[in-house]
Design a protein around this ligand. Structure first.
Ligand SMILES: Cc1cc2nc3c(=O)[nH]c(=O)nc-3n(C[C@H](O)[C@H](O)[C@H](O)COP(=O)(O)OP(=O)(O)OC[C@H]3O[C@@H](n4cnc5c(N)ncnc54)[C@H](O)[C@@H]3O)c2cc1C
Length: 285
């Protein structure tokens, strides 16, 4: 049985300021956030996520829900714009400013640093990250809970597209050294590769799959894997492309529910997809 312990966190909405921006690859930027509100931030699980609130592009105004004793309340004015992101790294600072990194995929073809090879269209989160500057303000809610990495599996297979690379690197940090890691990384092209450091590449057996080389490679690569009996498989990325992967792992490879976690982080053509929706409505978890 692959066990992932669960911790709950006190709900908090933190108003944060951009301190710096790093262009990691042509299509990914790291935004580092600071603020006193980070003091009690905690995200110890590899798949933890926060809700990031962005200013309304039409007015520049940042509208966030109000947190009261009885829960979250929508303000009567303003447009709330929020998306899910992975807290890539949190650096507490006993004597200075704590820092939180969030890595954004830029998928707007017309944004300043957009990825013209992925024509799916832009969105407010991607557009905000492409134009962000030190001093800009956003708000971050959560994480509400953390599922910790399993401690007791001999092998982990991790499958990720660009949006799941931040969580993938957290898996690399948080799995015990005794767990062998195999990774299938489904990315647009080789320009994404510098996202991983040489140290991170040493931790896993990584196969890069380039979407520019045509469809079907991820399914084929998954079908070619041999799984240890106690394997744990995590897959995250574009929801539709993960449907056949999940079907194979669940029904043909016969993985038990506790061995498998497949998450649609976004869905082509859908704005702000709710990741709690099943990726395959005909066969929910
Ligand atoms: C738990 C979780 C963690 C996540 N962590 C990260 C993270 O760390 N970094 C990250 O970049 N993303 C992450 N995502 C994905 C991110 O939330 C979505 O990509 C989100 O839709 C982006 O918002 P947007 O405003 O840019 O686009 P939206 O307004 O939501 O969508 C506009 C259009 O863009 C398309 N689109 C959305 N995302 C992409 C994409 N990546 N490539 C191409 N087209 C796209 C949509 O299909 C739609 O057609 C995570 C998602 C979840 C559920």
């Amino acid at each position: 049985m692959a066990t992932r312990d669960h911790l709950r966190h006190e709900m908090a909405i933190r108003l944060l300021t951009v301190s710096h921006i790093d262009q990691l690859t042509p299509s990914m930027v790291r935004v580092t956030l600071i603020g006193d509100a980070l003091e009690d931030f905690s995200a110890p699980g590899p798949t933890d996520h926060v809700k990031v609130f962005f200013p309304d592009p039409a007015t520049g105004e940042l509208t966030i829900p109000e947190l009261r004793a009885d829960g979250l309340h929508r303000p009567t004015d303003g447009v709330i714009i929020s998306r899910d992101y992975t807290p890539r790294q949190f650096r507490p600072a006993p004597f200075g400013a704590a820092e939180l990194d969030i890595d954004f995929v830029l998928h707007a073809p017309d944004a300043a640093h957009g990825n013209p090879k992925d024509p799916a269209g832009g969105g407010p989160a991607s557009a905000w990250a492409a134009a962000a500057h030190p001093g800009d303000e956003i708000a971050v809610a959560g994480p509400r809970g953390s599922h910790l990495a399993p401690r007791d599996v001999s092998e982990a297979v991790l499958i990720a597209d660009e949006t799941a690379l931040p969580a993938f690197t957290r898996w690399l940090d948080l799995l015990p050294a005794s767990t062998r890691i195999t990774a299938l990384l489904d990315v647009a092209d080789e320009e994404v590769e510098p996202y991983l450091t040489s140290e991170q590449l040493k931790r896993a057996s990584v196969e890069w799959l380039y979407r520019e080389d045509g469809p079907g490679q991820l399914d084929e690569a998954v079908r070619s894997l041999d799984f240890a009996p106690d394997v744990y498989v995590w897959a995250a990325g574009e929801a539709s492309s993960l449907v056949p992967v999940r079907r194979y792992l669940k029904h043909d490879a016969g993985l038990r529910p506790d061995q498998l976690d497949v998450q649609g982080y976004w869905k082509r053509g859908i704005v702000n997809r709710d990741h709690h929706e099943p990726i395959d409505p005909s066969d929910p978890d």
